[in-house]
Design a protein around this ligand. Structure first.
Ligand SMILES: Nc1ncnc2c1ncn2[C@@H]1O[C@H](COP(=O)(O)OP(=O)(O)OP(=O)(O)O)[C@@H](O)[C@H]1O
Ligand SMILES: [Mg+2]
Length: 379
């Protein structure tokens, strides 16, 4: 059978290995290639056996422990999804950036094992098809909370690490990025890309090469032109960009429509900006409900509290309770630096890398990518 899922198991407890073998015995969807007990041998075996999915026991003992094996696989460039096996007392959460594509808590049934393997396998094939870039949409259901400011500076901070980064101005009607960067009206936009047979070579003519080192796909120059962008065209553009770039950041507008949902659907992460303000928090909760209905997993959304130091008397606990958790990221108020940098069309992470707000954005980039992002060089 050609569509069997090829599985490698990293497990040093013989009873558990035997249990998995037993569960897989009576079915044909999964082919167990091998069980390896030594964390040191995992990368070599993956290169040799070419599994579709690897299961790693989080509690693996020996010189290389379970979660280090997971990290090694993630950093190896072998592009194989990993399911972490754990016990309920030591919960592990799915974290694709850090190489945890699925989790199985013991004890599990044969049905659970096979479905989880199939889920992870299908998802990894889909991402392969659209390229391997990480796509992060900066979103908020409320206007004016700092989406454009944060997405621009975040993209630049990520670009500074050497990752090929593209920023998409998803505010198709108002094209905030055009204003921010003072781009001439005739500068090409998303609409200048061919709709069928779009190729990598088409990008060079259309993308705006910003002095800050990132490429920017601009929105159309006039409001009514936004309607000319279809979801289908947009999906093609996104899939091309995800093949060419390593990181795709989208500055989205505060609306819920087909186009914006296409951005959010395609994203690995929705970075949702909140502020200490009761109407913003209300919209955020309404949005969380909508995301649940759409079926986004809770891990797809990460909250960023902007102007984290200006609570305006708001009790941060109230926000945490509303969100059901503390925001994963926070950015301080930048005061005059932000106004000046925005007015000059320069990212503050480059204009003043040591400012608190710049360090916050750089740290957020770091946290989002799960890798070290060095402080950007001074201009
Ligand atoms: N952390 C911050 N510190 C100081 N000023 C900020 C901060 N974040 C945003 N601002 C300012 O707030 C204003 C709105 O920010 P921005 O345009 O980025 O918001 P937005 O969410 O993109 O708005 P819109 O919904 O209109 O697209 C800008 O003047 C910006 O300079
Ligand atoms: Mg904006």
């Amino acid at each position: 059978m050609t569509d069997q899922i090829r599985l490698l198991v990293v497990e040093d407890v013989p009873q558990v290995a035997q249990y998995i073998r037993g569960l897989l015995n009576s079915q044909t969807a999964i082919k167990l290639l091998d069980v390896v007990s030594d964390g040191n041998r995992v990368l070599t075996l993956i290169a040799e056996l070419r599994p579709d999915v690897v299961i790693v026991d989080a509690l693996l003992q020996g010189r290389v422990k379970g979660m280090s094996v997971v990290a090694q696989i993630n950093q190896s460039g072998l592009h194989v999804p990993v399911i972490v096996l754990t016990v309920p007392q030591q919960p592990v959460t799915v974290d694709v950036y850090n190489g945890v594509h699925g989790v199985l808590a013991m004890p599990f049934t044969g049905y659970e094992l096979v479905t989880r393997l199939q889920q992870v396998h299908v998802t990894s094939k889909v991402t392969e098809g659209t390229g391997t870039a990480r796509m992060i949409s900066v979103f908020a259901p409320k206007g004016g909370v700092g989406k454009t400011t944060i997405s621009f500076n975040l993209a630049v901070a990520i670009g500074q690490t050497g990752l090929r980064t593209v920023l998409i101005d998803g505010s198709l009607q108002f094209g905030d990025m055009r204003a921010l960067l003072k781009v001439p009206i005739e500068a090409p936009s998303l609409l200048d890309l061919p709709t069928d047979r779009i190729q990598e070579s088409d990008l060079a003519d259309v993308l705006w090469r910003d002095p800050s080192g990132i490429d920017i796909l601009l929105a159309p120059p006039r409001i009514e032109m936004a309607e000319m962008v279809t979801v289908r065209d947009l999906e093609k553009v996104l899939s091309l960009l995800r093949r060419v770039y390593e990181v795709v950041i989208v500055d989205t507008p505060a609306v819920v429509n087909d186009i914006n949902l296409a951005f959010l659907d395609s994203s690995d992460t929705i970075l949702e900006v909140v502020t200490y303000d009761s109407t913003t928090i209300h919209s955020t909760m309404v949005m969380a409900d909508a995301f649940r209905m759409i079926g986004y997993p809770p891990t797809k959304v990460r909250y960023l509290i902007n102007r984290a130091d200006s609570t305006g008397g708001f009790d941060p606990e109230v926000l945490n309770r509303a969100l059901g958790r503390a925001p994963e990221h926070s950015v301080a108020s930048g005061g005059a630096l932000v106004v000046r940098a925005n007015n000059e069309g320069i990212p503050f992470v480059l204009a003043d890398p040591s400012a608190e707000i710049s360090q916050d954005v750089t740290r957020t980039a770091n946290e989002l990518l799960g890798r070290a992002v060095p402080a950007p060089a001074r201009r």
